[in-house]
Design a binder for this molecule. Sequence first.
Ligand code: MSP
Length: 645
Amino acid sequence: MNKKTYYITTPIYYPSANLHIGNTYTTVAADAIARFKRLTGYETFFLTGTDEHGQKIQRLAEGKGITPIEYVDEIVAGIKELWKMMNVSYDKFIRTTEDYHIEAVQKIFKQLYDQGDIYKSEYEGLYCTPCESFWTETQLVDGKCPDCGRPVEKTKEEAYFFKMSKYADSLIEYIENHPEFIQPESRKNEMLNNFLRPGLQDLCVSRTSFNWGIPVTFDEKHVIYVWIDALANYATALGFQNSNDELYKKFWPANVHLVGKDILRFHTIYWPIMLMALGQPLPKQVFGHGWLLVDGGKMSKSKGNVVDPVTLVKHFGTDAVRYYLLHEIPFGQDGLYTSEIFIKKTNSDLANDLGNLVNRTIAMVHKYFDGIIQAPNAKEAIDEELIKVALEAPTKVEGRMDALKLPEALDEIWAVVRRSNKYIDETMPWVLAKAEDKKERLGTVLYNLIESLRIISVMLSAFLPETSEKINRQLNASKTTWDSLVSFDGTEAGTKVGEGEVIFPRIDVEKKLEELAKLQENQKKEAAVKNTEMKPIKSEITIEDFEKIDLRVVKVLACEPVKKADKLLKLKVDLGGEERQVISGIAKYYKPEELVGKYVVLVANLKPVKLKGELSQGMILAASDDKDKLFAVNPGELSTGSIVK
Ligand code: MSP
């Protein structure tokens, strides 16, 4: 009989910078689900990867003076390292720059064009030339480019469009008839009411303003819109539109696409419509999880409040981080990261509850029976409750996992952990050990604890794989399958337990918090330095280009404000034998009298223009941080007319 299959995906990440704990959250959650499905008998395929095209990556690479592929290669290597560190068991890592993906996306685009779903037209929008970006009226900030603050122009660009509108009604019907398709429920209503029901516009699916993307095969100056390229990964990774599509046949449609709430729209509108147009089945579910917030806000590199998973793992170990992510964030809602809660939870749930249970149990088997597990021949009524809790747990955990309720699944496991600790308090093995005639009862109590731990450890293997292995080593358990959890007798009497090993050392909260605070402080400082350094570098020019600019030292002879223009000053400057009038937007930074007598640098061959009715014959060079500081460039007191080069 064929095994049941299960296909789960994470978003593919932009390799524009190293990933933070927020991205790690999605992948760790997907990993726990994938591991759980494997454990419970599904043939599972778990996909993750990177979304490597687009203008942002092209710019970042240009800024560093390297090619885009060189830029992403380095970051992708880091991402793979991170997943290794987090124990992420993906079956495939897709990179959108790989040939098979590129070819498949080109075929998809061509098919949609041939069947009339993609057509060529003109994109009309507000364009910021230095940023090469189109904006809509509502995206502008004070009527200017939201990225750089410069003015935008109305522009037209030739582009391809996808007839989204044609499929909108079918999609609405599909969503209404498949209540499980968009989860959680609240997000489904948001998609229907905010996006689909008001009417869908056709989507612009090509760009000509940059070239780091997949070219349209029949019109090479266009590259395919990065979201079309990216969404297709879920199918191309399995061989869709490729000669070997066995995996696609086996695993498509996906059981679940796990995504952050910010990209739910792309996955529940654009992607299903693409699939409908291609005549392919839709994924069974798209689950939009919440944000991991820090200090009440979103993590961002520029704020310097990014929590680095590598640092946390180095300080606390992989499973402490996995536990926090899987247990402390209500799946589907926003959750908060604070180092204090993280450390306290690690201490209480992992070091105290679980760690102590393992420690005490193994130590007692060593102490009272030289490490040999005894047969449970002296049962008592008090055992029944522990056995019941342990045997009911797997079904409960499975139910929670089917509903993707990860924290609740862990709660079900911890119910067994806590019940077992209570059982130690109730049975008091150290008292039993004092009476010779209680030896058999003591052996039974310890058997029950070991068997509970075996059940806990098997269930935990999906969530905290490393911890589960450590526990197994100590139990020396031979039965570790899900099926072995149906009865309370999987531990073999006569087995010698392994050496005791502390699985979660207790953390000194104050000391660690101080250490982490210091690290965070340094990170903030670095971010502050970067923020001033990291303005994108413009495209390369040659020395010939530069030499076209004639820069001269001039002396300011007179200066006054320009009427009805509070930002402008009117300067009269001496260019060494010639006087010029220059209008300069520096009134916010200089009083007119401060400039008189100063030597500054003039762009002397700039085409004259009229500003507020006044002629401006050149431009004064100034350096500014774009916030509140500006200084006119000071050439020293060289004779006027000297060349700056
Ligand atoms: N490349 C696109 C996805 C394409 S999928 C076909 C993308 N990449 S991303 O790197 O910006 O984000 C990837 C995922 O990380 C998104 O699901 C996003 O929601 C998630 N997260 C980014 N920051 C996050 C938090 N702080 N918390 C939780 N998830 C976060 O979008």
